[in-house]
Design a protein around this ligand. Sequence first.
Ligand code: DSN
Length: 415
Amino acid sequence: MDYEAIREVDPAVADALAGEVDRQNDTLAMIASENHVSEAVLEAQGSALTNKYAEGYPGERYYAGCEYADEVENLAIERAKELWGAEHVNVQPHSGTQANQGVYYAVLEPGDKILSLDLNHGGHLSHGHPANFTGQFYEVEQYEVDADSGYIDYDALREHAEDFDPDIIVSGYSAYPREVDFEAIQEAADATDAYHLADIAHITGLVAAGVHQSPVGVADFVTGSTHKTIRAGRGGIIMCDEAYADDIDAAVFPGGQGGPLMHNVAGKAVGFKEALEPEFEAYAAQTVDNAKALGDQLQERGFSLVSGGTDNHLVLVDLRDSHPDTTGKDAEAALEEVGVVLNANTVPGETRSAFNPSGIRAGTPGLTTRGFDEAACREVADIIADVVDAHDDEDVKADASARVSALTDDHPLYQ
Ligand code: DSN
């Protein structure tokens, strides 16, 4: 990736792009929502389809010249149907948040009621946070994880639903390390005659590979982003039964978006094809095994994990017991210095702020893409523990940096 054409026009951007490739090669991408797509997906996203306007859907566009756009979008749709088993798929949302917006716009009126998980407990901004349009256009109440176990309390959720009588219940989370029981949430939705939106943004790849239960065929709507565990082109996706197809398509375009980002749709198509290969199941299973190894070793080293472990691709560390004077931002900054890139995160019962919270979230999708196994992830846990234990000690950080370099050298990424 030498970016020759860009360099001729714009050396400053070429330098930044090359710098980003080096950064990804030389550090551990442990932000749980990130991954490393293949060079094939990168090429698709950098293709001439970026020039094409294709408002509408395959075969029904508002502009001429869409034969290749149609071909690519149809491939993305058919592959998504095969991956997740959905009756209808819309691959045009620009992001997971836009996908959620499409569902809300399709079935809710302003002032309708959303019941969703609190952000501090693992939810997402687009599920009704006051700073997001959802928190302003709709009436929102939020459920929480159980204070002692860290697990969703499905009985309490159902009682909350019966009390609040929501129009839609949102499941699927951004910082919840446990398997989600979509059937239990569907029962709460059925009991209150509410729609059920399952936002599987984080676990799209785990669901496609069968290492996490699927909400497709259970929830009314399933949304996701396409660049996280599924490792395809950047953006979002909506899945639903045929009965909702027209409403969802109209809500995405022209309801909420203009022209689809066809170069990203191409990236989705290519990434979905890769995910249909048998190796992808092994990748997804290894991602979960790696997160378990990472979490086990962090616990060995005295760290507290929310819910005591993980069933998926991420661990959520609550620093308050083990490191009461270290904030999530302190840990994030010290770890970034040594090449471990993860994010400070709020934890259930948060006593600090969203900007400087009490936890860190760490995921294994990116590490697994570059070939890390459980032993390598235990070494990563030891590096994290050493640095957080002594985040002002320059010798410890120098040693940690060298160990990160050894790991990245052993697991090359982009050439
Ligand atoms: N920003 C993503 C995450 O980190 O979970 C969600 O949109």
